[in-house]
Design a protein around this ligand. Structure first.
Ligand code: SF4
Length: 388
């Protein structure tokens, strides 16, 4: 079928898109048609008024890592003079700073550090839980869980159980990149397989932890690869919702950053259209993901990599969440993206200029009271640009 037949049929019946049909839409449909359809689905699933955001802080507790992903500029190998591992007091101080601006969660992730035993993690979580009881602790990623399991000689399920008992609320979806074996072998040969990432996430979901699904794209992979990644996540979501009534809260995609890392250097000189993704391709990816994921409630716009202006466009083409303030982000910014941090006011401003009412949320996507929100263009500090 042609892209228009597929889109017409999907929008008329709301039937689940097959992988093959999603590839045709991704490849052939005009961007405006994709965005219109995705916006309709977003309105059906999340309403047309509000856009949510989260007040949080990234904490990158260690930069020691043995995995050596080619696109990563953040990590340092063990023994390198620039390695660091934060102490409990340092981390707790950072959480106190978050509390002072009314934040509700930390996103704490780091490298796979072979010198840290499971007691470092459980003591850290227990202490944070005790000292900062109102802060949600979304911590680590599947590859870190695999690393902890190896050092502790435990299964990943046992590690997750210990971490949950110590106070962890969620396992964010870092490290998925592309869940396609051939792409993964090329860019992160030492990272766990796609099956491992999915298995650890499923284990986290079985324990009731909050999870999200991520996707870094633009490694020169095919459109079929991109849709395969989405398909593997959709399959797991089906089974986790059926088995545990707990699945991914959201899908968050962004293009790989190619500055300051081995992958960018290795591919210097390659056609710029083959790597990374520009604004229109990113918006196409967001729109297809909204149409494809009939079982994931939220699609997040990625302002840290694309900028607030493109994130606003994503909110008008399938996304319903503006992400978070990301106080102190170090991983993506190490790869060349400029300052990654936004104040609550900046996020509210961007949301209002895109035509929505901003609403604070927590990491479960439950709406929170939003003190003194800007709700109208007339309340903005500077006049709205003419395009809105
Ligand atoms: S992306 Fe994560 S796992 Fe890969 S090298 Fe960087 S810190 Fe290590």
């Amino acid at each position: 079928m042609s892209w228009s037949q597929i889109l017409d049929s999907h929008m008329a019946s709301r039937s689940r898109l097959s992988q093959e049909d999603a590839v045709v839409l991704y490849r052939d449909a005009p961007l405006h048609a994709l965005r219109n359809a995705a916006n309709q689905r977003r309105v059906e699933m999340n309403g047309n008024k509000q856009v949510t955001y989260l007040i949080d802080r990234n904490i990158n507790y260690t930069n020691v890592c043995t995995i050596n992903c080619q696109f990563c500029s953040f990590y340092r190998p063990p023994g390198h003079e620039e390695t660091y591992t934060q102490t409990l007091d340092e981390i707790s101080h950072r959480v106190s700073e978050l509390e002072s601006i009314d934040g509700t969660r930390i996103l704490m992730q780091g490298g796979v550090n072979p010198d840290l035993g499971i007691v470092y993690y459980t003591d850290l979580l227990k202490s944070l839980r005790e000292k900062h009881p109102t802060i949600d602790l979304d911590c680590f990623s599947p590859i870190e869980i695999e690393g902890i399991a190896e050092v502790a000689n435990l299964s990943t399920l046992e590690v997750l159980t210990h971490l949950k008992d110590a106070g962890m609320h969620g396992l964010p979806g870092g490290g998925a990149e592309m869940l396609v074996e051939s792409v993964r072998k090329d860019v992160s040969p030492k990272k766990g397989s796609p099956d491992n990432w999915l298995r650890v996430m499923q284990e986290a979901q079985s324990l009731g932890l909050i999870t999200s699904a991520t996707n870094v794209f633009g490694f020169g992979e095919t459109i079929e690869n991109r849709v395969e990644h989405m398909s593997r996540i959709r399959e797991l979501q089906d089974s986790s919702l059926a088995d545990y009534s707990n699945g991914f809260t959201s899908f968050i995609a962004w293009p790989v950053q190619l500055e300051n890392n081995t992958y960018g250097k290795r591919n210097r000189g390659r056609n710029k259209f083959e790597l990374g993704a520009g604004p229109t391709e990113y918006l196409r990816h967001v729109a297809v993901s909204r149409l494809f994921f009939d079982n994931i409630d939220h699609i997040q716009a990625s302002w840290p990599t694309m900028g607030l202006a493109i994130a606003q466009m994503a909110l008008l083409g399938g996304a319903d969440d503006a992400g978070s303030t990301m106080m102190e982000e170090n991983v993506v910014s190490a790869s060349g993206t400029n300052k990654i941090q936004a104040s609550e006011l900046e996020l509210q401003d961007a949301i209002v200029r895109a035509g929505f009412v901003p609403r604070r949320r927590n990491s479960r996507y439950e709406h929170l009271e939003t003190p003194s929100p800007i709700t109208k263009l007339s309340e903005l500090a500077s006049p709205p640009p003419s395009q809105f």
